[in-house]
Design a protein around this ligand. Structure first.
Ligand SMILES: Nc1ncnc2c1ncn2[C@@H]1O[C@H](COP(=O)(O)OP(=O)(O)OP(=O)(O)O)[C@@H](O)[C@H]1O
Ligand SMILES: [Mg+2]
Length: 500
């Protein structure tokens, strides 16, 4: 149904696609796989008319197509769910779904009821309940993701592109999405699916095309390959165990932060925990179990009913995150685009952000050479793939943007780092790099709190794990008890049990 052949694309003097082929059949789910920056999103933007290819051809049903805009692609039945959200935050779900394609009656008036019903029907088909009246910015990230998907479905697309749709979804929501994808597949819709979760690829896809550095490495049936082979195709080398070994921690390591009492809302559960020097403390739990809020409350960025903590034995209360930063606590937020980066700035300015004092020469001058050098070093350490420190962050691939946030804290000499979903949207090779960096940081005697919804990551990385449920910590596990089963049991049944 779809044939892309010899697609080439340059940005300035960098070629990011070197003549890529891709063919997709009606009624199949086709995975597009590759490391961060391999060119997946760029290829999809070319497919839907947002970017112009420098060479190559697009055919749909054998006929050559030249899309001058996304609108023309939509008319040919191509729908896309973009990696970075494209919703208008101030409009509600219905208005977003029908933006620029509003249904009107003979008088040119909006058919509000009809659009609302159609929107409700599509969201119903997705099996999600979403308030249709409120601006989408008031919805959770997962709900916004579903509105995004519903928007593409409203196009009645014959070819649907999903660029990392599962990155922000819970396992149950992913299952929902897969159900919808299966039913679309039965109706003969062709789906291109991008994800860094290989187990999802094995579950839902029929064929896989792998890109590496803008080249097509191969295309195969899912049944023909295994995990190790796929990874090898993606990164060009075999990956050993991606989690670094956990060193034995002395039982008497000093507590750096002791949270004596933290209550998010009056009457809610009370959390207690301590973070020790040199450890990685995992925060596990279902989405919405209060992990992020608890961390934000600690840093003074979320109103809590009660927050009593000590840092290095001294009682503390942070009025705002700037004070926490002063005390040496850095946060990598879960939504890099809104909270972690200024995307219109260069990598350099994002890395030295809130660390300018370090580069002042006297009161008037900035040591640009040193700033430049530090940024280059930090970029190398986390392997940001970009032309140089002056590249704008919004031209980087999603995964590379995340690495820039990490580069900032690496450069900022923090004592405590809080990682909220550290590897969301990060490819397997880069994940291993990030885990390594986290371990090195801890080995220097620093501490990490890692919030993660990926159980293998929690189990593979944490020395101890606090399990959250309904707004507070219900259990703390360590040693041999750090297993997926144990954590899930606590997260879902909430039996209170504190390990010694
Ligand atoms: N507008 C742009 N200007 C300059 N370079 C760009 C632009 N858009 C993308 N690039 C570069 O093209 C390359 C491919 O990026 P792309 O977003 O397609 O990667 P990706 O495979 O989708 O990665 P990810 O898995 O991280 O989303 C990257 O090196 C990126 O920096
Ligand atoms: Mg991408």
């Amino acid at each position: 149904m779809l044939q892309l052949s010899g697609i080439k694309k340059n940005f300035g003097n960098i070629q990011v696609l070197h003549g890529v082929d891709l063919d997709v059949r009606a009624g199949e789910v086709h995975a597009l796989l590759g490391e961060n920056g391999a060119g997946k999103s760029t290829l999809m933007k070319i497919l839907c008319g947002i970017l112009k290819p420098d060479a190559g051809e697009i055919r749909i049903d054998g006929r050559p197509c030249h899309f001058a805009s996304y609108r023309q692609a939509i008319e040919q039945g191509v729908g896309v769910v973009f990696q970075e959200f494209s919703l208008v935050p101030y409009l509600n779900a219905v208005d977003n779904m029908f933006l620029a394609r509003e249904q009107r009656n003979g008088l040119g008036l909006l058919k509000r009821t009809a659009m609302r019903e159609r929107a409700a029907a599509i969201l119903g088909q997705l099996g999600v309940e979403i308030a249709l009246e409120v601006p989408v910015r008031q919805l959770s990230v997962a709900q916004q993701q579903f509105v995004e998907i519903a928007k593409a479905l409203a196009l009645n697309a014959r070819l649907l592109v999903l660029d990392e749709p599962t990155a922000t979804l819970t396992p149950a929501e992913v299952e929902h999405l897969f159900k919808v994808m299966r039913s679309l597949r039965e109706q003969g819709v062709a789906i291109i699916f991008i994800s860094h979760h290989l187990e999802e690829i094995f579950e839902i896809c029929d064929r896989i095309t792998v890109l590496r550095d803008g080249d097509r490495i191969g295309c195969c049936e899912v049944a023909e390959v295994d995990y190790a082979r796929l990874v090898e195709m993606m990164v060009g080398r075999r990956l050993e165990n991606c989690f670094p070994p956990k060193p034995a921690l002395p039982g008497d390591a000093d507590p750096v932060i002791e949270v004596e009492e933290l209550q998010l809302a009056r009457g809610g559960p009370v959390s207690r925990f301590e973070l020790r020097a040199g450890e990685i403390l995992g925060f596990a739990g279902l989405v919405g179990s209060g992990r992020t809020e608890t961390v934000l409350a600690m840093l003074g960025a979320h109103p809590a009913a009660c927050c009593k903590l000590r840092m290095n034995g001294v009682p503390m209360r942070f009025a705002n995150p700037a004070e926490a930063l002063q005390a040496g606590i850095g946060l990598l937020p879960e939504s890099r685009k809104e909270q972690g980066l200024i995307t219109g700035f260069s990598i350099l300015h994002n890395v030295s952000l809130n660390n300018y004092g370090k580069y002042l020469l006297g009161r008037l001058f900035v040591d640009r050479a040193r700033e430049d050098e530090d940024t280059r070093l930090a970029m190398q350490r986390v392997r940001v793939k970009a032309q140089g420190p002056h590249t704008r962050v919004d031209t980087l691939s999603g995964g590379n943007q995340q690495k820039v946030v990490i580069a900032r804290w690496i450069n900022h000499a923090m004592k405590v780092l809080i990682f909220d979903e550290p590897t969301r949207g990060i490819d397997v090779g880069a994940k291993a790099d990030i885990y390594q960096l986290m371990r090195q940081f801890a080995a220097q005697g620093h501490s990490i709190i890692m919030i993660s919804s990926e159980l293998p990551e929690v189990v593979g990385m944490s020395d101890r794990v606090c399990v959250f449920r309904a707004g507070g910590i219900v259990a703390t596990v360590e040693g041999a008890a750090v297993t997926s089963e144990d954590i899930m049991t606590h997260a879902t049944t909430g039996r209170t049990r504190h390990a010694a």
